[in-house]
Ligand binder design. Structure first.
Ligand code: SAH
Ligand code: MG
Length: 215
């Protein structure tokens, strides 16, 4: 499809289904104020995450890579009132901004921001699982390790999702990126295709939402 038409259709979809309310917009302002990088998911990706989360009947969920809480807000809003999102972040300033985000949204009771290196925090989280879903969006080089954790700690029928499955094109050699990240995300995507414990695909929205059902 013509690139111009494709972009217009993305805008059409975003405008129809993924409009940002004041709370979501405020996350961008606060993130900018604190000089946080603008590497959050796009609204239309957030909507897809919500769709899948509801479809899978998710109540308990882990997010790896919080930043300012933008994706966490989309996710938490898809959970039932007694649902729970635990989101992991190693940067103290990011975690602080995110805590404000969830307070402002009235979701502080549903969301817990945990500070630390994700692989360490995940090790402890194993005792609190199994969980219904995970959303992976932290350091790309660790995606295979995050997937290993997910396969062991997401219940059968549960959902594994990851952002940046396309690595902006680097995953097929059409963009520059360090070899470690490329290898890791290629490995991650390949395992979603090959592992018999998973039914996976990449939903080609934004930078690619990898998604798998834990069979
Ligand atoms: N999911 C967010 C964006 C996350 S950006 C959104 O869409 O709104 C990636 C985040 O992961 C950054 O805040 C970064 O500090 C954090 N991060 C990177 N490596 C990490 C690690 N090993 N453990 C925990 N957090 C990590
Ligand atoms: Mg991302």
């Amino acid at each position: 499809m013509d690139q111009r038409i494709h972009d217009a259709l993305v805008n059409y979809t975003r405008d129809l289904y993924a409009g940002e309310d004041a709370v979501l917009q405020a996350v961008h302002l606060e993130a900018d104020e604190h000089g946080l990088p603008r590497i959050h998911i796009r609204p239309e990706e957030g909507r897809v995450l919500q769709f899948l989360t509801r479809l899978a009947g998710v109540k308990t969920m882990v997010e790896i890579g919080t930043l300012a809480g933008y994706s966490g807000l989309w996710l938490a809003r898809a959970l039932p009132e007694d649902g729970r999102l635990i989101t992991l972040e190693q940067n103290p300033e990011h975690a602080e901004v995110a805590r404000h985000t969830f307070e402002r949204a009235g979701l502080a009771g549903r969301v817990e921001v945990r500070l630390g290196a994700a692989l360490d925090l995940l090790r402890d989280l194993t005792q609190e699982g199994p969980f219904d879903a995970v959303f992976i969006d932290a350091d790309k080089g660790s995606y295979p390790e995050y997937l290993t954790w997910a396969i062991e700690n997401i219940r059968p029928g549960g959902l594994i999702m990851a952002h940046n499955a396309f690595l902006h094109g680097a995953v097929i050699g059409m963009r520059e990126r360090n070899a470690r990240d490329i290898n890791a995300v290629q490995t991650f995507n390949r395992r979603l295709a090959d592992d018999v414990r998973l039914l996976g695909t990449i939903i080609p929205v934004g930078d690619g939402i990898a998604a798998a059902i834990r069979l």
